[in-house]
Write a protein that binds this ligand. Structure first.
Ligand SMILES: C[S@@+](CC[C@H](N)C(=O)[O-])C[C@H]1O[C@@H](n2cnc3c(N)ncnc32)[C@H](O)[C@@H]1O
Length: 297
């Protein structure tokens, strides 16, 4: 494209491809033998309004798309802010599923009074990010949590809250920001590039980060363990006398298996800072050790 309008047309093509992909319009497959592909063409026309000027609507749409893309990085910080203020938990617990913004701000007791005016703005942004649905109430704005918003509720069975907080921890943010440096140095992991030590050493030395990581792992295992002990998978444990969950963290997976199979001896092997004072009861035992060393247990 060499015309003076080439950047306009390139944008139009990219926007059309984005729209086709995001709508799952087609699926890329190999051509089945014996079939002939049909060709297709795209025809782009400039829409001219009755007064002869170019229709700016498409240009405005592109501009919205560009700003949306550029500001996308704000999403995690807004969601983290909502989690830290416990907004998803508060709305979930509210007697009426739709909570008015005035009731919400009244419940947020730690807010500085001069900042209350920003809560309606934050809520509008969180609606845009899909955590809540907006409802017009007689007393003003109201909000209802969505299925996506439930991922950030503390005790919801499908919660991804802990994993999200781990991904947004300053240690992880510095690690992800160091990926290009890591690609150019000779260290084995981006954590070492960013922090000068391995992930596991960091977990030992900075216990707050270690706990955030353990919670993230446990939340993931909680979801998977439900599946593992369900009718579709539980046959894999039949005939076993004992099992060891190597690097089993705080033992969420082994606990679920031990409870579902009382005749099966379950062991959790992990590093000392993770096992802590855990001993286990009944058919579950926690063992401190390294998977890279021989163990007499
Ligand atoms: C990806 S996490 C798995 C967590 C676990 N599935 C859970 O539910 O919490 C990996 C685990 O391996 C442990 N780990 C790392 N190095 C280890 C080693 N040398 N020996 C034993 N465990 C180790 C970590 O402490 C961590 O708990």
């Amino acid at each position: 494209m060499s015309s003076s309008n080439s950047s306009f047309w390139k944008k139009a093509v990219n926007s059309e491809i984005d729209s086709i992909l995001s709508n799952h319009t087609w699926e890329l497959v190999y051509l089945p033998p014996g079939n002939k592909p049909l060709g297709s063409k795209w025809i782009f026309k400039r829409k001219i309004k009755a007064d002869g000027t170019i229709d700016k609507y498409k240009l405005i749409q592109d501009e919205v798309h560009n700003w949306d893309y550029l500001l996308r990085d704000l999403r995690p910080s807004c969601i983290k802010c909502a989690i830290e203020l416990e907004i998803p938990d508060i709305i979930c617990k509210n007697a009426n599923p739709v909570m008015s913004v005035s009731d919400l701000t009244a419940t947020l007791s730690n807010l500085n009074p001069s900042k209350i005016i920003f809560i309606p703005v934050l809520m509008r942004v969180l609606v845009d990010f899909g955590l809540f649905n907006y409802h017009q109430l007689q007393q003003g704005d109201g909000y209802l949590i969505t299925n996506f918003g439930r991922l950030f509720v503390k005790n919801d069975p499908s919660s991804k809250r802990s994993f999200f907080l781990f991904s947004q921890h300053p240690v992880m943010l510095k690690t992800t920001a160091s990926v290009s440096d890591w690609l150019q140095d000779d260290l084995p992991t981006a954590v070492e590039t960013a922090h000068g030590k391995s992930h596991w050493d960091y977990c030992v030395e900075e216990s707050e980060f270690g706990s955030v990581f353990d919670d993230a792992m446990a939340s993931d295992s909680r979801l998977i363990s439900n599946l593992l002990i369900s009718d579709c998978c539980k046959h894999v444990f039949e005939g076993l006398a004992s099992l060891v969950d190597v690097g089993g963290g705080t033992g969420v997976m082994a606990m679920a298996i031990a409870e579902a199979f009382p005749g099966l001896k379950c062991f959790v092997l992990d590093l000392p800072h993770v096992i802590g004072e855990r001993k286990g009861t009944g058919n579950l035992k926690f063992v401190v050790g390294s998977m890279f060393e021989n163990s007499s247990h």
